[in-house]
Design a protein around this ligand. Structure first.
Ligand SMILES: [Zn+2]
Ligand SMILES: [Zn+2]
Length: 1639
């Protein structure tokens, strides 16, 4: 549906504006909407933002929006790009890439039902440089740049208004496309996440074109040809052939031929469509390009070459089988069989290399048939050697023969016919299946459907395929025309017959005109159409059209040519020529060949003309693609464009960026004074401005403290400081403390005295932050290991000692304490400050968007898991599950329930603990379970999908266990069993013990505490320490490789599920790690790999006895326990492949990046037994599994933190299943009734409380007073603890505003005589209330007395248009940011009222109302004396927000003072101390520098930032990742929950050879190579200095795409970029006049 302006439909207009500040805005005015949206690209993270607020980022017109952004001035605009459509956007670390289409060519503009298909004829990629300092390798940047050059022009098309990813006419709406054909699904995700899914087009790859015939008096009709390329196996010729692990083939294209009659807008449009498919052969095959041979050598995979072919045909069958469409056609027999015809055009003669493929193709179809998985699908293969037939018999006969072969299948498959009706009323009259669609006015009525499909192939699905499919489609075209009454008949004289179609002016007959004397009728019984020939008085079911259906199939080539009007045919062949070239170009980079046969119908004169047109287009296309990169590079581009294999191409980029929460409406809570007040008012340190902005603070003697109020509550993850100072860099602060909390009262220290290095102006220093760690945890675990002298590799495999910081999504205030680097009364300079974090989707929650309600749903799910809650994450509890009173309660309860359920419920075995002995007992079930019951053993089953959390929760017995003490006891029992009596703990046992730890949900600190309490040193159980160094190193590499293979298999699995309902699950999951107590089931198992290793543990040889699998290596039968996880076979295949590859030439063909070579590795099908599996592979699986568990624990912690945050705001009560959505709806209406056009200024999440408020137990949380009306339980309200007579609320508004007054919604309990408070309100801008203005004082007693409505409890179901409220209007509006509301209860319950203080008389309500001494008042249900409390439901502050003045660039003239101050020459220079000798030790992590004797006192060292990246993928994905939404419930990534941090430790070796620690420096994240200067705490004289790099070293890796390939130059398991070689230089300070080498 188009919107019109000035009578013309509005065209989509996209304007991308870059301001002088390098900030980007996308201004979108869509043709499908009337308004204009502004999307802001965050300059730091690249995250898109759009709040949907009118006047802020929603405007009436484009002009208004642009005016708002540029503030009316064109000068602010650095660059403007005008475009016609958005193709996609993704922030990729240092760059955000925005793809826009700048030129479009309308290709099909008059589809039945409207809509225009555009080809992107020119596109542009806008590279947005981002300010964050993500560690990103050169190779990654190179890949991002290659992605930005991805060639889009001419190859992609889209439709803005309707779905064209499915056969015409689609039954689905635009927003629900078929993922198989959407090429920008990944690139459009940021827009979908914003709720602006329409702002990014649905992009298809391939070809769309339309040809019109007739017109101006003649019959006017159209033919359109669409080719949709599948994205399930994208890629180029030599890398994407045959089938892949996503069950799709290379160069797979769906083609569609639509013919329709052109009609006036108000008339029905008859149309018909025909679909066919083309692609390479659906088996595992490939071709090796040999350097010597001219032709590529074809090979077929030796291992299971037909796997996935069943799923391939299943997908076709689902898409093209009538029975799978939810449409019934009255007249069409509902065929239960779906025919699929494969027309194979390969050479099959002796000695032809293609003949191998032909044989395998035949076999594969037998394979599919014998599998019996597709009972309703009939797959036929016709082999037709095209090239040989052309050579032997000539072109004409080749065509005749293919017609003969195609006739039967084509007729039985048929095509789709129907009518488009412009209105719904007309549609009801249609005969057939009605297809309405919300994107379309009117609708479609289908009379017949295509059932099944013909699939053409040659080796590459290029030239022969194109030619053969043309001649096949041509026959259908002729039939389509005939049934639509389009005349292609040529009489003997070579002229067309009179236009019979025009004479029969109505289209009631659909299949063309009835001859005179005929009539069409509907059979009353069957509803079928029949025809009466009044001439002969006979009836027939057959349409009496003069044409015999499909008659041209029986013609010879010459007959066809002579009886058909050739003009449309030659036009059609032109379209096929173009299509062939596009397909060829997409796949091979060159135009199609052997196409002359398509011109066979052109007569000589015409031929020349047609050809030249076609040739020209060809040449254009060819030129465009001439500069093609080699295949592998193109393959990489395509993969990145689709968003797959990113973990390989850009491994450090995570899909969810952090948000900058210190911008827009954020502010400083306490003013900071500038030394140069002339320099423009408030410091703009929080807004994004110019890089060179410097703020000079007045000299501080001690420290500089900043209190930042964040724009929205979030969990904070990073602090970004932009270094800003003058020539003299000592003015930049030297250290910083970070504290954070929900409000000013609850600030917790999260970073103490972190050293800020000196560096050049404009450098971005990112300081990763984690939540506050409890001091107790810190004392027990963590630090110890980190600082061990030899502890470098102690946590190489995984973090055994992980410290868990508290996660808090309601963090609102961040306090930064800066210490000057030079003590003394000197000014401090600061640059821009940014706080980055993750906030919950509050806006969508409170505006009732779909994402919001899904979020609530997810959180409620987490709530139901409450029993599973991570000990210590509960806001009210200490981190000690032993001491927590609640845990004890739960514990006894669970003991009780546990023992009962064990004997009564479901015959499960329940573990029971004897409280006194601490013994862990298994209760044997009284009755043997009938079903193989995985719950027999309490160890959670490791399903394919590792969904143990859910399974765990659903199982009562395990649920009990997961709680506090029981879990600890279980863990300790396992630990004792493994360590008692001198048993030497093996690596596998240690890992399994850790698995138990994760299952019972203990943190590392809880574990350590438990172990220490029974006298076990936790370090002795650390798997990281049980292996030799060299083996650990090897294992580390294998585990990392396994993680990538797991990720690859996982991606494929997700893609493979497109178009299929579900993908089968394997019997054995990726890890198949059995529990400590699980052993081989014996019996039929011939492997017996897992036996009891220690007699100390109760053995439970359980598991599914019936399940026996065959090892694909030794072919023995193995029980489930004795099989290795699927990861094992992936990894062992990979290793053997790698060994093969390194010794062969094939790597030079460039297929290293290819899916082909890799795809064949990912054979998920086989199973390998544990005894056939190398130990290192099994161990790698253990490591990966532990990493997964640890990652899931982090995710669970984050989910629970999100739930707690929501509880703190809207008090989501457990079990109260009120309708949140409906509540919000009513609330929104009530609010607008209350406000009467004004704004609500104190609404959460924009506004918040600055101080904590004492709240009664069981009351709604204090923040609920600000949350939007309707959120939370209807009758609930906030109340103070009893006997609390005074409460102060300090509300910080969402932005600076003009406030007109305050409203208070009355609690549902109503007021009584004793709880009517006196209300006092103040307003101000400073957090000191003393500096605020008094706005008034109101005594509610009098109000309540006069209004009996306020005294009643609210009815449960009353949801009035205007809720009960009390208003406190201000006499004059006041401009402020903070409002204080004080509620005071009169101290006595005296009924007399003190006279209201003078001064507020004017403002108070009804101050002259005398107190009514009525019975009514005295008798109402007053809470008695000491239960007196203050209560309220909501505060609403109303008024108008003030538009923030743009930070005008400060005038240089005003800044003369500041400039000259900044330009002061430095007092000292840093001069280099050159070492006499250097020595690297311990994998280059330790650097020793021997200094010359006459060295000046050392002042510090320069450190050049490491050239490493932090890869995102650290372990295989778990099932939790499948549901994308669920996996990003909080969008808090592992890497931000426990950020990897590196430290440099410096020692001095003094004369006595004793080493003294000089300092320890946490390294901030900066771009590689940035020079960082760290000053020592004091100047030092020394002969030898030692630097040591330590921390989370294993989290870093080298840029894998770096072509220099120096990663093997150092014999280290760690990233070579971590080497300290040539990174550190010592310096001393000297007078600027002193000579020396400055550094
Ligand atoms: Zn076994
Ligand atoms: Zn085996």
């Amino acid at each position: 549906m188009a919107f019109y302006s000035n009578g013309l439909p509005r065209e989509t207009s996209i304007v991308v504006i870059e301001l002088e500040t390098s900030e980007f805005y996308i201004v979108a005015s869509l043709s499908t909407r009337k308004d204009t949206q502004v999307i802001y690209v965050d300059p730091t993270t690249g995250v898109l933002s759009h709040l949907g607020r009118v006047g802020h980022d929603m405007f009436i017109s484009e002009q208004e929006a642009i005016h708002y952004i540029t503030n009316g001035s064109r000068l602010l605009c650095k660059r403007t790009t005008y475009a016609k459509a958005i193709i996609g956007y993704q922030p990729l670390g240092s760059y955000g890439l925005l793809f826009v289409a700048t030129k479009l060519t309308p290709k099909i503009s008059c589809f039945p039902g409207g809509g225009c298909v555009y080809t992107v004829s020119e596109s542009h990629c806008i590279k947005i440089q981002l300010q964050n300092s993500q560690l990103q390798g050169k190779g990654e940047i190179k890949n991002i740049m290659e992605l930005s050059e991805n060639d889009i022009d001419g190859k992609y098309y889209f439709c803005e208004t309707r779905d064209i990813t499915r056969p015409f006419p689609s039954r689905k709406v635009l927003q629900n496309p078929d993922a198989e054909f959407v090429w920008n699904e990944w690139l459009s995700k940021p827009f979908r996440d914003l709720g602006l899914s329409q702002h990014c087009v649905v992009l298809l790859q391939g070809f769309a074109v339309c040809q019109s015939f007739g017109g101006s008096g003649q019959q006017h009709w159209m033919v359109a040809l669409l080719a949709r390329r599948s994205r399930l196996h994208p890629g180029t010729r030599y890398l994407a052939r045959g089938i892949n692990s996503c069950f799709s083939t290379g160069n797979e294209v769906e083609c569609e031929q639509i013919v329709w009659i052109f009609q006036r807008a108000d008339q029905n449009v008859p149309f018909s469509t025909y679909i066919w498919r083309r692609g390479t052969i659906p088996i595992w095959w490939g071709a090796d390009l040999k350097l010597t041979a001219a032709e590529a050598e074809i090979y077929v995979s030796s291992q299971d070459p037909y796997r996935g072919s069943v799923e391939y045909y299943e997908r076709l069958s689902r898409r093209y089988g009538i029975k799978n469409m939810d449409v019934t056609i009255p007249n069409q027999k509902n065929s239960s069989i779906i025919p699929i015809l494969c027309m194979n055009l390969l050479r099959k003669g002796e000695g032809k290399s293609e003949s191998i493929l032909v044989e395998h193709f035949e076999e594969s179809i037998n394979y599919v048939r014998t599998r019996g998985k597709l009972p309703d699908t009939r797959i036929h293969l016709i082999n037709y050697d095209w090239h040989t037939t052309v050579k032997m018999k000539g072109e004409q006969q080749t065509i005749e023969e293919i017609w003969k072969k195609l006739k039967g299948p084509t007729i039985s498959i048929g095509f789709c016919e129907g009518n488009y009706f412009p209105t719904r009323q007309a549609l009801q009259k249609g005969k057939g299946a009605i297809i309405p669609n919300d994107n379309i006015e009117g609708g479609f009525c289908l009379r017949s459907l295509q059932n099944g499909v013909i699939r053409y192939n040659c080796a590459d699905s290029l030239d022969r395929t194109n030619a053969a499919s043309f001649f096949g489609a041509l026959q259908v075209f002729a039939e389509q025309c005939s049934r639509l009454g389009i005349n292609l008949e040529k009489n003997d004289f070579g002229f067309s017959q009179t236009n019979s179609y025009m004479e029969s002016s109505t289209f009631g007959g659909y299949t063309g005109p009835l001859p005179t004397g005929w009539e069409e009728k509907t059979d009353a019984v069957t509803g079928k159409l029949f025809y009466i020939n009044h001439n002969t008085r006979t009836t027939t079911w057959e349409h009496p059209s003069s044409d015999k259906p499909w008659k041209r199939f029986d013609m010879s080539f010459d007959q066809f040519k002579n009886s058909t009007i050739l003009f449309p045919i030659t036009k059609l062949s032109d379209l096929f020529l173009l299509a062939g070239d596009i397909h060829a170009t997409l796949y091979t980079g060159s135009k199609a060949m052997h196409s002359q046969i398509l011109n066979i119908f052109s007569n000589d004169a015409g031929k020349f003309k047609q050809l030249s047109v076609a040739q020209n287009v060809k040449i254009t296309v060819q030129r465009r693609f001439q500069n093609h990169l080699i295949d592998s590079s193109r393959q990489k581009q395509l993969e990145m464009f689709l968003g797959v294999r990113l973990f390989r191409h850009i491994p450090s980029v995570s899909l969810h960026s952090l948000q900058v929460v210190s911008r827009s409406s954020a502010c400083f809570l306490k003013p900071i004074t500038s030394m140069f007040p002339s320099a423009n008012g408030e410091p703009s340190l929080l807004s994004f401005g110019r890089k060179d902005a410097v703020w000079v603070c007045t000299p501080v003697a001690d420290v500089l403290e900043l209190f930042i109020y964040l724009a929205e509550p979030c969990h904070i993850c990073q602090l970004l400081l932009r270094v800003a100072h003058g020539v003299e860099d000592s003015t930049f602060p030297g250290r910083v403390d970070v504290r954070a909390g929900n409000n000013l009262d609850g600030l917790k220290l999260i970073l103490e005295s972190d050293c800020i290095p000196k560096c050049s102006n404009g450098t971005n220093l990112v300081i990763p932050l984690s939540g506050p760690v409890s001091p107790e945890d810190l004392a027990i675990t963590g630090t110890g290991a980190r600082f061990l002298a030899d502890g470098n590799l102690s946590s190489l495999l995984y973090d055994f000692e992980e410290l868990e910081g508290e996660l808090n999504f309601l963090t609102r205030v961040v306090a930064l304490t800066f210490y000057p680097s030079v003590p003394g009364n000197t000014p401090i300079t600061i640059g821009e400050i940014e706080v980055l974090g993750v906030s919950l989707p509050w806006r969508s929650i409170f505006t009732n968007r779909e994402t919001g309600s899904k979020f609530i749903e997810q959180v409620q799910k987490v709530s139901r898991r409450a029993k599973f809650s991570v000990p210590g994450e509960d806001a009210n509890h200490s981190n000690n599950p032993f001491l927590s009173g609640d845990s004890d309660l739960d514990y006894s309860e669970s003991m009780h329930k546990g023992s009962v359920s064990g004997s009564v419920e479901q015959n499960k075995v329940n573990p029971v603990f004897d409280l006194l002995s601490g013994e862990f007992l298994f209760e044997q079930p009284a009755v043997q379970s009938e079903m193989p019951n995985e719950a027999q053993n309490w160890t959670p089953p490791s399903g394919v999908a590792l969904d143990f959390i859910d399974e765990y929760v659903n199982k009562d017995s395990s649920d009990e266990l997961s709680k506090g003490t029981v879990g600890v006891e279980h863990y300790l029992n396992c630990a004792r069993g493994l360590t008692d009596k001198g048993h030497k703990l093996s690596f596998a046992e240690a890992i399994k013990l850790e698995v138990e730890r994760f299952y019972v949900n203990l943190s590392a600190a809880e574990r350590d505490k438990a172990l220490l309490s029974v006298g076990v040193d936790p370090a002795t159980l650390d798997p990281n320490r049980l292996l030799s160094k060299s083996y650990t190193a090897e294992l580390y590499k294998f585990a990392n490789r396994l993680a990538l293979l797991g990720q690859t298999a996982f991606e494929d699995k997700i893609i493979a599920s497109i178009g299929l309902e579900s993908v089968k699950n394997d019997a054995i999951d990726f890890w198949n790690v059995n529990g400590l107590l699980e052993t081989c089931s014996g019996g039929m198992c011939a492997v017996r790999a897992e036996r009891k290793t220690t007699s100390q543990l109760p053995s439970a040889s359980l598991g599914e006895k019936s399940l026996l699998l065959t090892c694909c290596h030794c072919e023995r039968k193995a029980c489930k326990v004795c099989c290795a996880g699927r990861g094992a076979i992936l990894l062992s295949n990979y290793i053997s492949k790698e060994i093969r590859n390194t010794s062969s030439l094939s790597e030079q063909s460039g297929s290293r990046h290819g899916r082909q070579s890799e795809g064949s590795l990912i054979s998920g099908d086989g199973v390998i037994c544990k005894s056939c599996c190398e130990d290192v592979i099994l161990d790698a699986i253990y490591v990966d599994y532990i990493r997964v568990l640890s990652s899931l624990r982090r995710r669970a912690r984050s989910d629970i933190a999100a739930k707690n945050a929501l509880d703190e705001v809207i008090g989501l009560k457990q079990g109260s299943a009120y309708d949140f959505q409906k509540g919000i709806q009513i609330g929104t209406k009530q609010l607008s009734n209350l406000l009467n056009q004004e704004e609500s200024l104190a609404e959460f999440p924009y506004a918040s409380l600055l101080h904590s408020v004492e709240t009664d137990v069981g009351s709604e949380p204090a923040l609920s007073l600000l949350s939007p009306i309707g959120s939370g339980d209807w009758l609930s309200y906030w109340k103070s603890p009893p006997r609390c007579s005074k409460v102060e609320f300090s509300i910080i508004l969402g932005s600076l505003s003009d406030v007109y007054g305050v409203m208070m919604l009355v609690s549902s309990c109503g007021y009584s005589v004793e709880d009517c408070p006196i209300v006092e309100i103040f307003a101000g801008n400073n957090i000191n209330r003393e500096e605020s203005s008094f706005m008034g004082k109101w005594d509610l007693n009098s109000l309540v007395a006069s209004n009996s409505e306020l005294r009643k409890p609210e009815a449960t179901d009353s949801k009035p248009d205007i809720p009960r409220n009390l208003r406190f209007p201000f006499k004059n509006s006041v401009r402020c940011r903070i409002i204080w509301i004080m509620l005071t209860l009169p101290l006595t319950s005296s009924k007399s009222i003190n006279s209201i203080e003078s001064g507020c008389n004017l403002l108070s309500f009804d101050d002259d109302v005398s107190f009514p001494q009525s019975n009514d008042y005295n008798s109402f249900n007053a809470p008695v004396g000491n239960n007196q409390c203050i209560h309220a439901k909501r505060f609403i502050v109303h008024g108008k927000s003030v538009k923030k003045e743009p930070d005008s660039p400060s005038q240089e003239s005003n800044n003369m003072n500041i400039r000259s101050w900044l330009d002061r020459p430095p007092r000292f220079n840093r001069l280099r101390v050159v070492a006499e000798a250097e020595r690297l030790k311990n994998n280059d992590l330790i650097l020793e520098q021997l200094l010359p004797l006459a060295t000046p006192p050392l002042a510090g060292f320069r450190f050049d930032a490491l050239n490493v990246i932090k890869p995102c993928v650290r372990c295989s994905p778990s099932s939790e990742d499948v549901d994308i939404l669920q996996s990003c419930l909080t969008r808090l990534k592992d890497r931000h929950i426990s950020p990897a941090v590196l430290y440099i430790q410096v020692f001095v070796i003094q004369e006595s050879r004793k080493s003294v620690t000089l300092g320890e420096y946490r390294l901030p994240e900066v771009r590689p190579g940035t020079a960082l200067y760290f000053d020592f705490p004091r100047q030092i004289q020394a002969r030898m200095i030692v630097f040591k790099l330590f921390g989370d070293l294993s989290a870093f890796s080298d840029d894998p795409n770096n072509d220099q390939g120096d990663s093997n130059s150092r014999d280290s398991v760690l990233a070579s970029g971590l080497s300290l070689s040539n990174r550190i230089k010592l310096y001393y300070y000297a007078d600027p006049n002193e000579l020396g080498r400055a550094i």
